[in-house]
Design a protein around this ligand. Structure first.
Ligand SMILES: N[C@@H](CCC(=O)N[C@@H](CS)C(=O)NCC(=O)O)C(=O)O
Length: 151
């Protein structure tokens, strides 16, 4: 049985794990979940609501891209994901931490296309064919519609 990689469409940490599996030549099957159902499914399967997560050939479950990367490194050390030089490895881990704690949130915000612009309502990119934000039909906010004095 091949490794199973649990993803949602457009998840960049899931894409990073897929790339690592490919680099290491590890066979895997993708299980694509549909948001927002993935929260519940992942909680039941992995005890955490997020993707990526993997189920390894021995049945072991690992959730979160950084933990998965380390497990893959143990499973298939060659080619390595991390440099052997300690200073270079520390630099890679710093960049990884920055990606995990800061950059991922920026990309997620872009995907959700947040906008506080007047008259706009935003949706996750996967919820409509175009995703992002669309104008309310009246162009007025709910508060403006219900309270003429607010106009
Ligand atoms: N830092 C985590 C981020 C995981 C994450 O937030 N994944 C998103 C998709 S990109 C998700 O499943 N979100 C659902 C949630 O936050 O409950 C990782 O790299 O695995």
């Amino acid at each position: 049985m091949a490794i199973k990689l649990y993803v949602i469409h457009g998840s960049h940490p899931a894409a990073a794990v897929a790339r690592a599996l490919e680099m290491k030549g590890l066979a895997y099957d993708v299980v694509e979940l549909m948001p927002p159902l993935h929260f519940a499914i992942q909680r039941v399967l992995f005890g955490a609501p997020t993707v990526p997560a993997v189920r390894l050939e021995n049945g072991m479950k690992v959730s979160g891209s950084t933990a998965i990367m380390r497990r893959l490194e143990e499973l298939a050390p060659d080619p390595p994901l991390f440099p052997s030089d300690p200073a270079a490895r520390a630099a890679v881990e710093r960049a990884e931490r920055w990606g995990d704690e800061e950059w991922q949130a920026v990309v997620r915000r872009l995907l959700w296309a947040p906008s506080t612009a007047r008259g706009r309502r935003c949706r996750p990119i996967w919820s409509t064919p175009a995703g992002g934000c669309r104008r309310r039909s009246s162009g007025l906010s709910r508060r403006e519609r219900s309270s003429p004095s607010a106009r």
